[in-house]
Write a protein that binds this ligand. Structure first.
Ligand SMILES: [Zn+2]
Length: 87
């Protein structure tokens, strides 16, 4: 029987989510990644093989220059800078 590692709830449902893999300042966003979600606390659980596949894809893109279908431009701010503008 599967149990949520966080809250101990036994009701996990199969779903698909957007997964963001991050290594230093490099990112890979993968849509529709299969996982199980706790129906009580909402925590996601991914199979090791799924995470390994995403990691391999990340290496292909960032180390071997693999071309991807779509890229996002992500705004980056420093909190100390955005903080002062609201005073
Ligand atoms: Zn839970």
């Amino acid at each position: 029987m599967k149990v949520c590692h966080f809250c101990g709830n036994k009701n996990l449902k199969n779903t698909q989510v957007q997964y963001t893999y991050k290594h230093y300042d490099n990112f890979l966003v993968v849509n529709d990644v299969p996982c199980e979600q706790c129906e009580y606390c909402g925590e996601h659980f991914f199979k090791g093989s799924v995470l390994k596949q995403i990691e391999n894809e990340f290496i292909s893109i960032h180390s071997h220059g693999k071309k991807v279908k779509k890229e996002l431009i992500i705004p980056v701010e420093q909190y100390s800078e955005i903080q002062s503008s609201h005073n």
